[in-house]
Write a protein that binds this ligand. Structure first.
Ligand code: BG6
Length: 479
């Protein structure tokens, strides 16, 4: 049973949605130089995330949108009022969006923000409030200024902390009367796996593993300072961390498989441990030391982390994988990872293994570990949708996916988990993060646009739209 006041909605990110990448003074972000990669083998993780300094420079000299679909998104920048009206029709009580840092600070180093950017977000949040939709806002969702990436190698350099804190302060000061629920870094653990999109760290500049862990430490410090500012500047403001919940099972009960799984789990959870408990877990510090990785602690960091911990724990959940020490075990891709295939689970068209029970397991694990309110801020299935002769997408597979996940969420709540809310990824079709495909569709609302930008951009409800509306209206009792 879902509790009264449970928040129901959807989640979006500016870089995959807004478009208008060079409008009103906005500067380019790391997402705007990330190319369309439809043909890449999704189990080839390296190929998916490889980018060099010269790729970035070449991308910046190309002002087009063809190779870089995130530059066009779904034109949410100009169409948000209509899109919010559709979300209101769905009955949303919350919507997660992110702020594009470069719409406020084009290079990240300006002293004052662009008023056009401020006006856009003020209007967006005001319109949400008019529809009684509670905004939940991510400050950093894979879209840092590319200028900071090129100049400092992104978050690998400590000076980026100050630039982020200046941006975060402006967000709290200018939007704090409209936004009470905040997240600092989307999937903060992701920087270890995809350092460029997550933190502007360019793989061809030095030791990428060391640089990624340095960047992660700087993000922890920045997140803690932003949490302090949120508490100081936003009346009733609450800050959450955001983790990619990568639940991993041992492929077999062979103890070596279990031990390897345990290591994966410790590594996945440690960024949330830092943000909830205010310190690095000793086992992780030992492991980093063994691997010759230095955490660039400066005087005062330990106290900052300890004093400014988060109020709630949010996470994304799409799939699970397994772990095995057998080098021949069949591989399976997932959200920003590649693991080992689970013979008991079906897969999406992109090979992600669909596991509703894994959501219940994840919720119970997270609540037992952190004892903080949880918020599932991303969950959904990317599919190739076909528009029927009647002009409608009949997406029973999507309804089946969500229904099964909601049943498991409900069981976790019955088991005692404190879950504040749920936002599906993404309520409307948007450009995918990993491959920049428009054809990887997640929405309840179809957007008439193909991978190459052809289409009218018209929005049309799919079958799942009416179904999700009914779920929300019944507070999850009518699935
Ligand atoms: C999450 C990201 O990791 O996965 C989103 O926070 C992303 O930005 C989502 O869109 C789904 O991944 P993809 O590659 O299918 O868009």
């Amino acid at each position: 049973m879902f509790p009264e006041g449970f928040l129901w909605g959807g989640a979006l990110a500016a870089n995959q949605t807004e478009g208008a990448w060079n409008v009103d003074g906005r500067g380019p972000s790391v997402a705007d130089v990330t190319a369309y990669k439809p043909k890449v083998d999704v189990t080839d993780y390296e190929a998916l995330h490889q980018i060099t300094t010269s790729d970035i420079e070449a991308a910046l000299s190309d002002q087009g949108v063809d190779t870089f679909p995130k530059r066009r998104g779904i034109d949410f920048y100009h169409r948000y009022t209509d899109d919010l009206a559709l979300f209101a029709e769905l009955g949303f009580t919350t919507l997660r969006v992110s702020i594009s840092w470069t719409r406020l600070f084009p290079t990240g180093e300006e002293d004052v923000p662009l008023e056009a950017g401020i006006a856009f977000y003020e209007s967006l949040f005001t319109e949400m409030r008019r529809h009684h939709i509670e905004p939940i806002v991510t400050l950093h969702h894979y879209e840092m200024p590319v200028a900071l990436s090129l100049k400092y190698n992104g978050w690998a350099d400590r000076r980026v902390v100050d630039h982020f804190v200046r941006y975060a302060r402006v967000c709290f000061e200018r939007f704090g009367h409209l936004v009470k629920l905040w997240l600092t870094f989307n999937e903060i653990d992701g920087i270890i796996r995809h350092p460029f999109s997550s933190g502007g760290v360019i793989p061809d500049r030095g030791d990428v593993v060391q640089n990624s862990y340095s960047a992660l430490h700087h993000q922890f410090v920045a997140s803690a300072i932003a949490t302090r500012l949120c508490h100081e500047l936003v009346e009733e403001g609450r800050m959450g961390c955001m983790l990619t919940k990568l639940t991993t099972y041992p492929l077999t009960c062979r103890p070596e498989d279990v031990a390897a799984t345990q290591q994966k789990t410790l590594l996945n959870l440690f960024p949330a441990d830092v943000q909830v408990f205010g310190e690095y877990p000793p086992l992780i510090l030992r492991r980093l030391e063994r691997d010759d990785i230095t955490v660039p602690f400066e005087p005062g960091d330990a106290a900052i982390l300890k004093e400014h911990t988060v109020d709630f724990v949010s996470f994304s959940y799409y799939m699970t994988t397994t772990e095995s020490v057998d080098p021949d075990a069949e591989r399976a891709p997932g959200n920003t990872i590649v693991g080992v295939k689970n013979p008991y689970l079906p897969s999406s068209e992109w090979g992600w293994q669909v596991d509703p029970v894994g959501l219940r397991i994840s919720l119970i694990d997270l609540y037992d570990r952190y004892r903080k309110p949880l918020f599932c801020v991303e969950n959904g299935i990317g599919s190739i949708d076909v528009v029927g002769d009647d002009g409608i997408v009949h997406d029973d597979y999507r309804i089946d996916y969500f229904r099964a996940h909601f049943e498991e969420m409900s069981k976790a709540i019955d088991a005692g988990v404190d879950l504040m809310g749920y936002t599906s990824w993404a309520p409307i079709d948007i450009v995918s993060l990993s491959t920049s495909q428009m054809s990887k569709r997640y929405g309840f609302i179809y957007v008439d646009q193909d991978d190459h930008g052809n289409g009218t951009l018209e929005r049309r409800p799919k079958d799942s739209f009416a179904w999700y509306k009914k779920v929300i209206a019944s507070n999850g009792s009518d699935l």
